[in-house]
Each structure stands twice: as structure tokens, then as C-alpha cells.
Design a protein around this ligand. Structure first.
Ligand SMILES: *[C@@H]1O[C@H](CO)[C@@H](O)[C@H](O)[C@H]1NC(C)=O
Ligand SMILES: *[C@@H]1O[C@H](CO)[C@@H](O)[C@H](O)[C@H]1NC(C)=O
Ligand SMILES: *[C@@H]1O[C@H](CO)[C@@H](O)[C@H](O)[C@H]1NC(C)=O
Ligand SMILES: *[C@@H]1O[C@H](CO)[C@@H](O)[C@H](O)[C@H]1NC(C)=O
Ligand SMILES: *[C@@H]1O[C@H](CO)[C@@H](O)[C@H](O)[C@H]1NC(C)=O
Ligand SMILES: *[C@@H]1O[C@H](CO)[C@@H](O)[C@H](O)[C@H]1NC(C)=O
Length: 692
């Protein structure tokens, strides 16, 4: 149980903003390159300008790399961090050190050493320069999500201080050089090459029984590695994450793997076979091993020998079948709704729902016969709706989810409603779901989208009817660039976050029967012109059959909102909601989308990003630039407090997380000071200059 300690460590770190030195692993003493040491001008700057820059950028000039030039002050060279040979970091915070920030001759300082090279998503299209191995103080190399091609150079392993390497999502090919394990001696902590085209067998370290003591993260997923399970890995005693997924490894998975204290493992989509090691008590789910040879067996997969259960192929078939079902059903229903002209006047013969205190109407047309069309239950604010209105509404698909489709529907009288048609079979029986529907129909709060009515048709169709709000989702607001979109400064983001927190707190503590949201994400939050946030989709998990509800958990996982302890929707609780809120708050602060990134397939782990930034003393850089605009003191403006709060909500251990009431209180007590821009929705991004 090292987790809570780690967490409290970095939470403390977040705030001990003492000018501590960066963690140094034997600075420059063991510089393996025999070339001149600190003599005339900075050796590292030289290497950077003459070798690394041209090699990384390839054929075309790169926008970010063009900042690496003597006519630009060193502190403004993008993606770099420096220290002096005595390991004092070069202070490059614009607010603190205007002297270094503008000093044009600083780059000549012979005592400068490069500490980190971080250019993720920088559109680099060259190759990895061998000279990286000559940067004696280089500790971190982050070049993920670029188009770097060619091999990982042998020389990279000669880098004496390098301990954190992220080359994920590039086009690297060839085999991994054995020298990579030399980095273990320098204290290698993390090696990530996910999503490249690396091939061949993974090389053995030169020394047998290497334990690579500091290595916690090894991600080799989605490459073209082949060969037997690289058994030497099971000697890497500190490993917490191991991802070998999406390669062509084959053969047995060694029993010794279960001896590691892994928190995350992914061996899916290889060709492993044989009996799984015994990992004990449900440590990993079947998804960790899916997509391997059908011969792979043992818990949590099927038992060995007996040929029972469904193959993964059959399951894939079922899923595809279901998905086709959704599309067909949705179009049928639209046809049904639109084609239905109420000529049919049969008496209402549906056994109907138990009578509740809510108004129910059996049919439209001025309360006449219902025509076998099922029942409409009206809630407060939906009294004006009739069954006829609803069935004759013309719909336009707004969104499809795993459990239903949302339509924007125009009523005959010109009004607009939002309809959610629940997927057939996704929902519990009428009698089971009605009490939940009625509970949801009573929830009213400024930050929650109200349910106005519920319809159940004779064929079992179920429709949830809401107000139609023409507002943008928080997701679009944060991540889609469109002209005329409002600028999202900290004051506005704070207001949105507080709104979400209040809505959630209302569900958790102000109702007779508390409701868990269960599906909190930026796509499910609408934000109006005054930055009032409204949550939708709450409590729906209670309506779903288990399989569909668990699908939501899987989606939440892909999208990064799933609390680590949440395996089944049945287990969702206010604490798992708090976790999702923490991710959401980080999403708001960082302006980054959590979870699997559509384009690169990379998983963006927001809490880890913050953790890394804190450890690297770049906490301020982690915020979205738009958030920092106009902020004089991030401490007084509650910005750093919000970051800390978000990290607390994402604590891996559920019991450590605050309650939503506590979150609301903290956000209320730590507000941005300048709120003038809060209520002027007209101001847009285009009216504001670019930062820095
Ligand atoms: C600029 O940096 C150089 C090299 O470190 C140093 O010698 C010089 O004094 C600095 N100039 C100013 C104005 O700080
Ligand atoms: C990325 O680089 C390519 C050339 O390699 C260039 O054509 C393209 O405009 C660049 N994209 C961005 C967003 O800078
Ligand atoms: C790596 O890719 C390049 C093209 O980008 C190709 O020329 C080279 O042969 C590949 N190398 C290997 C080992 O596959
Ligand atoms: C490596 O470990 C194995 C088993 O623990 C042991 O038998 C062997 O002697 C070790 N080899 C070396 C070189 O330490
Ligand atoms: C495991 O890896 C596969 C393929 O790379 C990926 O689709 C899946 O989401 C991963 N599973 C987990 C649990 O990370
Ligand atoms: C997987 O391994 C089996 C032998 O264990 C082999 O027969 C089969 O061809 C392999 N499949 C693939 C896709 O490599």
C-alpha cells in the first residue's frame, strides 16, 4: 500500500514551493563521452544546435525548434530545461527572473547542462539523434506523439543520467538496442515506447539477473515485438506498470510474473498461450489477457481443459450484432414516430404502471383514448406535454451512446424538447425502472437538467423527455476550437467547476434517497452563455441492465473518468463520482482531454501529468495558458488550490477523497479574485492576444 504515501508526498510537493534542487543522479561525473568537458562554450548547447535540432526536425523547418537559436534568449527555447554544472537549475520562470528570461548571451555559459527535453506533440518528423547520448545531465526525454521515424539509436543507452523516456506514438522502427538497459544504472524510472513499429525480440540486459531497481513503468504496447515473453522483466522488482499489449509475443506467460507488485498489467492482443500465472484474488480482469491464443486459460479466463464458454470471436460477434441492432432500432423508431398519425383510437389496454403521485396521461388528443401507444408520465414543468405532441414530434439525432440515442425534437407548437430513446433491452422492465424514473423526475436543481416526462410504449420503447438546452457541452467548450467561442479564463472555469460540484453535491446529499451520477464526464455537462453548468445523464445507471451499465464503466475507463476501484457499475458510489469529478476538474484546469486520445490512441493520464509537472517543478506550465491569463498570483486566486483539490479527488484510495460537500466548500472559499469578466459572455477568444 504505497499509494497513499505517494499521493500525500506529491500533494505536499505541490505546495512546498521551496526552490529545491532537482533530483540529480550523479551530475556529469560519469560523462561517458570523452570529448571536451566544460571548456569554452556550453557543450550541450553546441550539441543541441548542430546535431539534435537538425536531426529531430527532419526535412522541414519546425515551428518549436526554430526557437532554438542564438538570437532568442535561452529561456525561451521551447521544451528545454537547464541546470548549471553545480546542479542549480537555471531559473526560467518569466515572473521571477526577468534577467535570465531576456539574457541573450546566456547560451554561451559553459557551465550550462541540459536537464530535460520535452517536445510532445510538436510535429517533429526527423529521427532520434545519436548525440542524445552525449548529454551527460539529461534526465528526461519526452518526445511522444510526433512523427519521428527510424531506429532508437544505440547511443541513447549511453546517456548517463537519463531516467525518464517517453517516445510513445511515433513511427520508430527496428529493434530496441540492448544498451537501453544501461539506463537502469542511471536509475531508469520509466520507459514508454507505446504505439511505434518496433520489432524483433526484446533484448536481454547485458548482465544476467538485472533488477533495474527504479524502473516503475515499462510500456511497450502496440508495437511489433515478437518472441517469447521477455522473462527477464520479471526480475525488475519495482515494476508497477507493464504493458506488452498489441504485439506478437507468444508462448507461456511465466509464473514469476505474479511475483511482481504490479498495479497495471496489459498482455492483451498477443499470441500468448498456456496456463496463466496465479495472480491471486481477482487482481486482474479478463480484459488484461483478451485477444490471445484461444489456448490461454486459467482464472480470470476460462478453466483449462474444459472447452466451455464463448471464444473472444463469438463475443465480438455479439457486440457487433448489438451495435447493428442500435442503428436499426433507432431508424425504425424514427420512422415509427414520424409515420404515426394518430388515427387509431383503440381503448387504452395497457396494464399500465402503478399509480403514483405524478400525473400520468394515457394518450394525447385532448385526453382522449390512448390508442395502444403506451403511457406518458409527466413531472413538474412537463405538464403541458401530451402523448400526441411527443409522438408527432419530428426528431433529429443529436448523439448516440451505448444505451440510447438523443434526439432534438420539434413539437407541433414550435417548442423543442430533447428525447432520449433508450436502446431496446438496455433497460430494466417497466416495473423495475419506474420507481427510479419517478425519483429522477423529482430532482430539481439549478445545476441539473430536469427530467420533464417519461414515455413507455407498448412495444417496450422507453423515452426520457428533457428540456432542450441549446448550450454547448463542456467537452466542446474545452476541446473544440471554433471561432466565436467564449474565452475560458479562470473565473469562468471556476464558475463552471463550482456549478458541477453543486449539482453533484445535491445528488449525493440533498435528496431523500441519494443518487449517484455514475456517468460524469465533460460530454454530459452543458454550459450556458453565463457559464452555468448543468449535469445530464445522472442516475441512469440504475435503469440499465447490468451488462449495459458495465459497458458504461468500460467507456468511463477508456475516457479516463473511472475510479481505479470501480469494476462494475453496481459498485459505483459517491466516491467514484468524486474521482470522476477530480478528473473533470483537471480537464478544466489543464484544458486537456483525459483518457484515450482518438488520434494517437495514447492514454492521457491527467493526474500523472500533474504529478510529473510537480516533480519537475513545472507546475505552472501544466495549466491551460488561457487559465493563467490575467492571473497575478495563482495561490491567492485559488488556482493552485483547485489543482490540489482535484488531485485529492483523484486519490487512488477512495477513502482519502473528499466529499462533494467538502469540494463545494473549498471551491467557494478559494475563488478567483478578479471576476469582472464573468458575466460578459460576448467576449470571445478571437479578441484576445496570444499568450507569451
Ligand atoms: C547573461 O548571462 C551571462 C552568462 O551566464 C552572464 O555572464 C551575464 O552576466 C548575464 N547578463 C545579465 C545582464 O544578466
Ligand atoms: C507539421 O509538419 C509538416 C511538415 O512536416 C507541415 O506541413 C505541417 O504544416 C506541420 N503542422 C503543424 C500543425 O505545424
Ligand atoms: C524503418 O522504416 C524506414 C522507412 O521509414 C525503412 O526504410 C526501414 O527499412 C525500416 N527499418 C526496419 C528495420 O524496418
Ligand atoms: C541469477 O539468479 C539465479 C536464480 O535466482 C541464480 O541461480 C543465478 O546464479 C544468478 N546468476 C547470477 C550471475 O547472479
Ligand atoms: C490493453 O491494451 C489493448 C491493446 O493495446 C487496449 O485496447 C486495451 O484498452 C488495454 N487494456 C487496458 C486494461 O489498459
Ligand atoms: C499463435 O501461436 C500458435 C502456436 O502457439 C501458432 O500456431 C499460430 O500460428 C500463432 N498465431 C499467430 C497469429 O501468430
Amino acid at each position: 500500500m504505497a499509494l497513499p504515501i505517494l499521493l500525500s508526498l506529491y500533494i505536499t510537493l505541490l505546495f512546498t514551493t521551496l526552490p529545491t534542487t532537482l533530483p540529480q543522479s550523479q551530475p556529469s561525473s560519469s560523462s561517458s563521452s570523452s570529448s571536451s568537458s566544460s571548456s569554452s562554450s556550453s557543450l550541450d548547447v553546441n550539441i543541441l544546435l548542430t546535431k539534435i535540432k537538425p536531426t529531430l526536425q527532419g526535412q522541414t523547418e519546425n515551428l518549436l525548434l526554430s526557437s532554438w537559436t542564438p538570437s532568442t534568449p535561452l529561456c525561451q527555447w521551447r521544451g528545454l530545461k537547464w541546470a548549471f554544472t553545480n546542479s542549480t537549475p537555471l531559473p526560467c520562470d518569466p515572473s521571477l527572473s526577468s534577467q535570465t528570461w531576456t539574457n541573450l548571451s546566456l547560451y554561451k555559459d559553459p557551465s550550462l547542462r541540459l536537464l530535460s527535453l520535452q517536445l510532445p506533440s510538436a510535429n517533429l518528423s526527423g529521427t532520434l539523434p545519436r548525440e542524445l547520448g552525449q548529454l551527460s545531465s539529461l534526465q528526461s526525454l519526452y518526445l511522444s506523439v510526433n512523427s519521428l521515424s527510424g531506429p532508437i539509436p544505440l547511443e541513447l543507452g549511453y546517456s548517463s543520467s537519463l531516467n525518464d523516456v517517453d517516445l510513445a506514438s511515433n513511427l520508430l522502427n527496428g529493434s530496441v538496442p540492448t544498451s537501453i538497459w544501461n539506463l537502469c544504472d542511471g536509475g531508469l524510472v520509466s520507459l514508454r515506447v507505446h504505439g511505434n513499429s518496433l520489432s524483433g525480440a526484446l533484448p536481454q540486459p547485458a548482465l544476467p539477473n538485472a533488477s533495474c531497481n527504479n524502473l516503475g513503468f515499462l510500456d511497450l504496447g502496440q508495437n511489433k515485438f515478437t518472441g517469447d515473453f521477455p522473462e527477464f522483466i520479471t526480475g525488475f522488482v519495482g515494476l508497477k506498470l507493464l504493458d506488452l499489449s498489441g504485439n506478437m509475443f507468444y508462448g507461456q506467460i511465466p509464473q514469476s510474473l505474479s511475483g511482481l507488485n504490479l498495479e497495471k498489467l496489459n498482455l492483451s492482443y498477443n499470441n500468448f498461450s498456456g496456463v496463466l500465472p496465479n495472480f491471486g484474488e481477482m487482481r486482474f480482469g479478463a480484459e488484461v489477457f483478451e485477444g490471445n491464443n484461444v489456448g490461454l486459460c486459467g482464472p480470470p479466463l476460462g478453466s483449462c481443459g474444459a472447452s466451455s464458454g464463448l471464444s473472444s470471436g463469438a463475443i465480438a460477434g455479439m457486440v457487433i450484432g448489438l451495435m447493428t441492432g442500435v442503428v436499426v432500432l433507432a431508424s425504425l423508431f424514427i420512422g415509427y414516430v414520424q409515420g404515426k398519425r394518430k388515427k387509431n383510437t383503440d381503448e387504452e389496454d395497457e396494464e399500465g404502471f402503478e399509480e403514483g403521485e405524478d400525473e400520468e396521461t394515457g394518450g394525447g388528443g385532448g385526453g382522449g383514448g390512448g390508442g395502444g401507444e403506451g403511457k406518458l408520465i409527466l413531472f413538474q414543468g412537463g405538464e403541458h406535454l401530451t402523448l400526441e405532441d411527443v409522438l408527432n414530434a419530428t426528431g433529429q439525432v443529436m448523439e448516440k451512446t451505448s444505451y440510447g440515442t438523443i434526439y432534438k425534437a420539434k413539437l407541433g407548437d414550435g417548442g423543442t424538447i430533447a428525447l432520449r430513446l433508450l436502446r431496446e433491452g438496455s433497460c430494466k422492465d417497466g416495473s423495475l425502472c419506474l420507481p427510479v424514473i419517478k425519483q429522477l423526475g423529482r430532482v430539481r436543481h439549478e445545476n441539473l437538467i430536469p427530467l420533464r416526462a417519461f414515455y413507455q410504449g407498448k412495444r417496450g420503447e422507453k423515452l426520457l423527455i428533457y428540456d432542450y438546452l441549446p448550450n454547448r457541452s463542456l467537452h466542446d467548450l474545452l476541446h473544440e476550437s471554433r471561432v466565436g467561442k467564449p474565452a475560458l479564463n479562470w473565473a469562468r472555469r471556476h464558475k463552471i467547476a463550482l456549478g458541477i460540484a453543486r449539482g453533484l453535491a445535491h445528488l449525493h446529499t440533498s435528496l431523500e434517497t441519494p443518487i449517484t451520477h455514475g456517468n460524469l464526464r465533460s460530454k454530459n455537462i452543458l454550459v450556458d452563455d453565463f457559464f452555468v453548468a448543468r449535469l445530464s445523464e445522472f442516475g441512469l445507471d440504475k435503469l440499465m441492465i447490468t451488462a449495459v451499465a458495465d459497458e458504461l464503466v468500460a467507456i468511463a475507463k477508456t475516457d479516463g473518468y473511472k475510479a481505479p476501484e470501480l469494476q462494475k457499475m453496481k459498485k459505483c458510489s459517491s466516491r467514484t463520482d468524486v474521482y470522476a469529478f477530480g478528473i473533470l476538474l483537471l480537464e478544466i484546469l489543464l484544458g486537456k482531454k483525459p483518457g484515450k486520445n482518438g488520434r494517437s490512441g495514447d492514454f492521457v493520464d491527467l493526474p500523472s501529468l500533474v504529478k510529473v509537472a510537480v516533480l519537475e517543478e513545472t507546475t505552472m506550465e501544466v495549466f491551460d495558458v488561457e487559465v493563467l491569463r490575467g492571473i497575478k498570483n495563482p495561490m491567492e486566486d485559488g488556482l493552485v488550490h483547485a489543482l490540489k483539490l482535484a488531485m485529492g479527488c483523484c486519490a487512488p484510495v477512495a477513502t482519502v477523497r473528499p466529499t462533494m460537500d467538502e469540494v463545494v466548500k473549498q471551491l467557494e472559499e478559494n475563488r478567483p479574485r478578479n471576476r469582472s469578466a464573468l458575466y460578459s459572455p460576448a467576449e470571445t477568444r478571437s479578441e484576445i492576444g496570444t499568450p507569451f
